[in-house]
Ligand binder design. Structure first.
Ligand SMILES: Cc1ncc(COP(=O)(O)O)c(C=O)c1O
Length: 285
């Protein structure tokens, strides 16, 4: 079955799905994106992803080339044409195609929209959910607007590769004061001895994760105390449990941090509880 991508109004087979070398996404990373999970044939938390997309666009003073209802149709169509029942949809909007120049192009330049979708094939992720993953901490070298989901991801890419080279799955990034901000592509969480869950509060230093938002609601429903405050590397290493979240990796246990075993080195009780509560209750739409 050929994979189909949406590019600026057309549904194209992958080899034909190309963009100009003058696209500002390529030239400047001048673009925003979203990754939306599909589970059991339904989008997961689609409204929250679109709300964040619109906030990112606004923050970068960029316009969407299509209305929100039209974008929903494109997403549904890409999901259908690629037979995605459990997998991911990716969408990116760039500031469009214009001769290379740092300043914004003329208002007549239309922004670029691409949408792709893929059925999940990896068993690696299932293993990660079951057995947990390892994390190392690294300096957070990103810019000061991490709340915008832009494709300026070079520090994230470098940190992820450094983590992988060190035999870990993810890097948790650390600010100048020794507090963990978040993962390169995930939100960081720990569970304390008293059972309280801790995650960093929203600010320009972290992405407002859609999974984070919805997991906070699940925690509230379950009457599990969650404290939104910064936590240090040492606090994480000595936590009872740790886990990370993203649309692609919902509630994934973390079993070592910098080689220090978390709890007994297996996914913790609260993490397991949240894993199943989130999977069953996560507003697929
Ligand atoms: C830096 C960063 N933080 C957090 C997340 C988690 O966000 P979400 O739960 O919306 O996928 C991501 C996801 O890509 C990310 O890239």
């Amino acid at each position: 079955m050929p994979r189909i991508a949406y590019v600026n109004g057309r549904y194209l087979r992958y080899p034909n799905a190309t963009l100009s070398i003058d696209d500002r996404g390529l030239q400047f990373g001048d673009s925003v994106y979203e990754v939306i999970a599909v589970r059991h044939d339904r989008f997961v938390e689609l409204d929250d992803h679109l709300a964040r997309l619109w906030r990112s666009l606004e923050a970068l003073r960029m316009a969407s080339p299509v209305s929100e209802p039209a974008l929903r149709i494109v997403l549904r169509e890409i999901k259908r044409r690629n037979h995605v029942q459990d997998g991911l949809l990716y969408l990116q909007i760039t500031r469009g195609i214009a001769p290379r120049n740092h300043k914004f192009p003329d208002r007549t330049v239309r922004s670029t929209l691409i949408v792709t979708g893929a059925q999940r094939t990896s068993t690696d992720q299932l293993m990660a959910l079951r057995e947990g993953v390892t994390v190392v901490t690294l300096e957070d070298a990103r810019w000061r607007h991490c709340d915008i989901k832009s494709t300026n991801l070079l520090p994230n890419v470098l940190a992820k590769q450094t983590a992988i080279d060190a035999g870990a799955r993810e890097a948790w990034l650390v600010d100048e004061e020794g507090f963990i901000t978040e993962g390169t592509s995930s939100t960081a969480w720990i569970v304390l001895e008293n059972g309280h869950v801790v995650t960093r509060p929203l600010s320009t230093r972290i992405l407002p994760g859609v999974t984070r938002l919805n997991l906070l609601a699940v925690l509230k429903q379950m009457q599990i105390e969650c404290v939104e405050r910064p936590f240090t590397v040492q606090e994480a290493e000595f936590a009872k449990e740790a886990f990370l979240t993203s649309a692609n990796n919902p509630v994934t246990p973390v079993v070592t941090i910098n080689g220090v075993v978390i709890g007994d080195g297996t996914p913790g009780q609260v993490t397991r509880l949240l894993q199943s509560a989130y999977q069953t209750g996560n507003g697929a739409s």
